[in-house]
Design a protein around this ligand. Structure first.
Ligand SMILES: Cc1cc2nc3c(=O)[nH]c(=O)nc-3n(C[C@H](O)[C@H](O)[C@H](O)COP(=O)(O)OP(=O)(O)OC[C@H]3O[C@@H](n4cnc5c(N)ncnc54)[C@H](O)[C@@H]3O)c2cc1C
Ligand code: SF4
Length: 559
């Protein structure tokens, strides 16, 4: 610990500092001094408290690179604040953040703290419990978001069972309210969304620039050693960590994306390649979700670049929709449904069973009654399905893959096979560097698997091999034939797709967006259906039989 602990100790407050300064708790996902209470007074009047909690780090077998990214940014942020004159209490604790603060406040004594309302439900419930036990904490709005709960409720009303939420409605109102990409009340370019133009496969042009890498400094190397020592059995590789860990690095990564990636973001947004894993995606979600990059600033930069013709409108709008639309929408949806617990409780009450007691146990909606265990292929055991193996290998290596691979490979396969949406969600949660409850649960249980029964998406995002073959080069390098749906060597996705529709006809058969495929399914001959069922069964059995590696929670959960 010498390097970091020694340096940060120099910023430790005197008892006078404890009395004179405003004390702010910085949570593990808000490393910014550009907004919020930390930006409201000079550094010389500011004190910050940061807790490095072992209980949180070990709650799930988080990807090793996720832990390095988070802890190294946390430590660098503490040093950055110390360098500009803040006093810093950087507290190492075995307990949860809230319990650690309670203890600190009693021991020091630390005056009332101020904190931006937590993004993660997990942290919110911890804080509420600690405040009931006497933690003096003032909660203020999180100004890094672009919209408020009231904005969301004004569009959809309060949560009610059976209500369906359409992101586009929220996005349009947000555009009108903020004036982003608007001119005299009308969307620039004549429409709110250019999504329909953003569906090209990538064929090698334009050239994809190589993003900058950031060599670990001494602080990061210390964190890597810590994670190697304390979490050796966690998911993923720790080799070649090269992500931003300082504000300067994060700004450089954004400047690169803005200039080199975003001009081509839109058209190739849905493309997938095994030789170009990032394509024109920014790969900044991990930093945005840590507060290193602020959505408002990013949108202002993109809008300016669009006005100056450095980014075409379709790409600018596509990118802004992700941040102003999807990201905000998902966060509200999570809060409104209490992380889908309101749905789960409805089911539980209907079935006469008790709601879950463990506050960290995730909700388990499964509108399609999917319950098979997630197979070992998601842990990197080779399946032979080239699309799946390619994306999983990337996740094991990087803790990241882009949106369409998450949606149309990993989740598509899980939905088609009937793997448990909750297990898939938990896998995404620990495997991806950008996963936090509010964003991973909504994306997986809502958008990607239809576990919420259509609350978030009007139909399940599922496809056979044709879509993957059209949008990627995966199938050209696969042992299976995407053009055949039955028999030996045929691509399992297509048979799985038809049998998924057949299996779920009672729930999905009347869905207006699925009428075409259901008409095709109903025209299939009994012989073909028998062959499709056999191929689908064979594919699921093959995946289920792959040997499973073991991942353990590192220490008993301590809260
Ligand atoms: C199954 C599944 C799981 C996902 N899990 C997560 C997750 O744990 N954390 C996460 O941040 N995103 C998640 N997403 C959304 C999206 O895939 C990622 O935000 C995106 O791939 C991150 O890569 P990027 O930074 O290159 O994004 P870009 O393609 O460059 O998009 C720009 C930014 O828009 C935001 N964004 C885009 N789509 C979404 C979305 N659906 N929800 C919220 N924000 C969005 C992100 O902040 C992203 O950085 C998930 C999507 C799916 C389908
Ligand atoms: S042929 Fe099927 S399994 Fe192989 S890459 Fe294509 S979609 Fe995936």
């Amino acid at each position: 610990m010498a390097t970091f602990a020694g340096q940060i100790q120099l910023a430790y407050p005197t008892s006078q500092d404890l009395k004179d300064r405003r004390w702010i708790f910085v949570s593990y996902d808000r490393f910014t001094d550009r907004t919020g209470p930390i930006a409201e007074q000079p550094a010389s009047e500011t004190g910050i408290v940061i807790v490095e909690s072992t209980a949180k780090a070990h709650r799930r077998p988080y990807h090793k690179k996720k832990l390095v990214l988070l802890i190294s940014n946390m430590r660098h942020f503490a040093l950055e604040q110390a360098a500009r004159g803040c006093k810093v209490i950087y507290h190492f604790s075995e307990h949860s953040h809230a319990q650690a603060l309670l203890q600190l406040q009693r021991d020091l004594p630390l005056p009332e703290l101020t904190m931006m309302q937590a993004a993660e439900r997990e942290l919110r419930i911890d804080m509420e419990a600690a405040m009931q036990s006497g933690l003096k904490m003032k909660l203020v709005p999180d100004t890094s978001w672009l919209s408020t709960t009231e904005d969301f409720v004004a569009v959809f009303g309060s949560y009610k069972a059976g209500r369906s939420y359409v992101m586009d409605r929220f996005y349009r109102v947000q555009r009108q309210q903020t004036g982003i990409l608007m001119d005299k009340g009308k969307p620039i370019g004549g429409k709110f969304s250019f999504d329909a133009e953003n569906r090209k496969p990538y064929k090698g042009q334009p050239r994809i620039p190589t993003p900058p890498t950031f060599a670990p400094d001494l602080v990061t190397k210390e964190v890597i050693a810590l994670v190697q020592k304390t979490c050796p059995h966690h998911f993923g590789s720790i080799e070649n960590f090269d992500s931003p860990t300082t504000q300067q690095d994060a700004d450089a990564a954004w400047a690169f994306a803005l200039e080199h990636l975003l001009p081509h973001f839109g058209p190739y947004e849905d493309a997938m390649r095994d030789d170009e894993l990032q394509l024109f995606h920014s790969r900044l979600s991990g930093l945005i979700n840590l507060g290193r990059l602020l959505p408002a600033q990013m949108i202002a930069d993109v809008e300016r670049a669009c006005t100056e013709d450095r980014i075409p409108l379709a790409s600018a709008e596509g990118f802004i929709r992700q941040i102003l639309g999807w990201r905000e929408f998902m966060r509200h949806l999570h809060q409104q449904t209490d992380g889908y617990r309101l749905l789960a409780d409805t089911v539980a009450q209907e079935e006469g069973s008790m709601p879950q007691q463990d506050p960290y146990a995730g909700a388990t909606p499964s509108a399609l009654s999917a319950s098979l265990p997630l197979p070992a292929a998601y842990w990197g055991v080779t399946s032979g399905l080239h699309c799946l193996d390619t994306v999983v290998a990337q996740v094991v290596e990087e803790g990241w893959s882009h949106h369409i691979t998450r949606l149309m490979v990993l989740s598509n396969l899980a939905t088609l096979c009937g793997f448990s949406p909750r297990q898939l969600t938990d896998w995404f949660w620990f495997a991806y560097v950008d996963a936090y409850d509010w964003v991973v649960e909504t994306n997986v249980l809502g958008m990607a698997t239809y576990a919420d029964g259509g609350l978030t998406a009007t139909k399940p995002y599922v496809s056979g091999a044709a879509y993957i073959n059209k949008m990627s080069n995966f199938c050209g390098h696969c042992e299976y034939d995407p053009k055949r749906s039955t028999g030996e060597g045929s691509c399992p996705f297509t048979a799985l797709y038809w049998i998924f529709l057949e299996r779920n006809e009672a729930v999905l058969g009347n869905n207006f967006r699925l009428q075409m495929p259901y008409t095709t399914l109903r025209r299939k001959s009994p012989t073909e259906l028998v062959q499709l069922r056999a191929r689908a069964d064979e594919a699921i059995t093959h995946l289920q039989r792959l040997p499973h590696p073991k991942y353990e929670i590192s220490t008993p959960q301590s809260n």
